[in-house]
Write a protein that binds this ligand. Sequence first.
Ligand SMILES: Nc1ncnc2c1ncn2[C@@H]1O[C@H](COP(=O)(O)OP(=O)(O)O)[C@@H](O)[C@H]1O
Ligand SMILES: [Mg+2]
Length: 236
Amino acid sequence: MLLDAHELHISYGDIRAVNGVSFDLQEGELVSIIGANGAGKSSILNGIMGIVPLRKGSIHFDTDEITSLATHQRAKAGIRMVPERARVFPRLTVYENLMAGAYGLRKRIKIAKQIAWLHDLFPILKERNNQPANTLSGGEQQQLSIARALISEPKLLLVDEVSMGLMPKLVDQVFEVLKQLNRDHGLSILVVEQNAMASLKISHRAYVLETGTCVHEGRASELLEDPKVKEVYLGH
Ligand SMILES: Nc1ncnc2c1ncn2[C@@H]1O[C@H](COP(=O)(O)OP(=O)(O)O)[C@@H](O)[C@H]1O
Ligand SMILES: [Mg+2]
């Protein structure tokens, strides 16, 4: 098991955002957690990254318990997150944004190789290499945010609501890249999404989250056919 999250509880004061959610992810899997706005998806990713504390529960990564590690130690262990709303540095260039993801990667040659690979994967970033990130469109900023997370070759990529604010065509493009990274590069990916259809289509397995509780789990292909999931999450 690459990631094993057991009985996670996360609260903000009196607000219980996540109430005993358990899930796991094998190496090479693409898993989604789908749920409406406010269901607790970002809290779960922030909990895995150590950005918000757990009230209860445990997290194992790559056989080690990481529950009490600091965020930078989890990053060093190989977990990277693409946060909600891309969050690129607006005034830094595309190149500088990419380099910001390379901390801990000391070897210059390695960085050059990674950048060449990312430029292949996201040609627009090569084209816009020296432009400030705020001149990119929303979809391009999402690509930059994903590329920045990938530069350090994570073992696990956490992706928070990458579809938010994107036009349907761009949603498909970004999800296609995630699928490709998983299928062709063996990258393990945990996606959290309100866009159930788009994320189920590229996932192996999924968990359905409702107000901080997991109410369904299963193979993505089965969830796509599940009458209740269809009614509530797929809009038919
Ligand atoms: N920093 C915070 N302070 C107080 N409440 C929060 C905070 N972050 C999230 N919440 C609350 O926790 C619940 C889950 O939020 P969140 O994890 O952001 O859900 P999602 O990502 O699925 O939209 C919501 O009720 C939200 O209002
Ligand atoms: Mg969120």
